[in-house]
Design a protein around this ligand. Structure first.
Ligand SMILES: C[S@@+](CC[C@H](N)C(=O)[O-])C[C@H]1O[C@@H](n2cnc3c(N)ncnc32)[C@H](O)[C@@H]1O
Length: 174
């Protein structure tokens, strides 16, 4: 479903500042919960993490290196955030965790660095656009197609003009 009530960029960014980049976190949490325990990296203000925690209490760790207001999140945090980069979070916690990346920063290498540090057999849930879209960088998308196996994919609610999807992968090599 495409949300029509956020047609202007300004409307969308106002909503994002409260609820994160995902159009419908409740819906995404339902797809993610079966893969708990979850290690979310780049979790922003923790809104998605709060929805996952409501489904599988105590089975999500949310991490992000920056204070919420340094991005566009100006309304506080919805869930406790551990201050860690994605690379550090992935190497600190066991591969038993499914790594969750929702809207990794456009043209920034952090998602790809963390994906490289994941263990063989570890699961990754990526929410964002495909190659040449507005999330992560080219190297990340190449890494996904070469080194990860797609397990499942879900169409999710999208803002007008945005083409994000939720895809579940397993790292090859095991
Ligand atoms: C586009 S926002 C997405 C936030 C949130 N996942 C959402 O969907 O609302 C990108 C996030 O990446 C975080 N970030 C920046 N550098 C990072 C790094 N090295 N490791 C992990 N996250 C990072 C930012 O602080 C920001 O919260």
């Amino acid at each position: 479903m495409t949300l029509d009530y956020c047609q202007s960029h300004q409307d969308r960014m106002e909503r994002v500042s409260h609820l994160g980049f995902l159009c419908n976190a409740e819906e995404a949490a339902a797809h993610i919960a079966p893969y708990a325990p979850i290690l979310e990296v780049g979790a922003g203000n923790g809104y998605l993490a709060s929805k996952i925690n409501a489904r599988v209490p105590g089975q999500i760790i949310a991490t992000d290196p920056q204070h919420d207001t340094s991005w566009c999140f100006t309304h506080g945090e919805h869930f406790p955030i551990t201050r860690l980069t994605a690379a550090r979070a992935v190497t600190t916690h066991t591969p038993n965790y499914t790594v969750l990346m929702c809207w990794p920063t456009l043209n920034h290498p952090w998602a790809n660095i963390a994906a490289h540090r994941m263990a063989p057999g570890q699961r990754l849930i990526y929410i964002g656009e495909g190659a040449y879209g507005c999330t992560a960088d080219d190297a990340f998308h190449k890494n996904l197609s070469s080194n990860f196996l797609e397990i499942a994919g879900h169409a999710i609610d999208q803002y007008h003009g945005i083409h994000d999807y939720l895809t579940i992968y397993q790292k090859k090599g095991e």
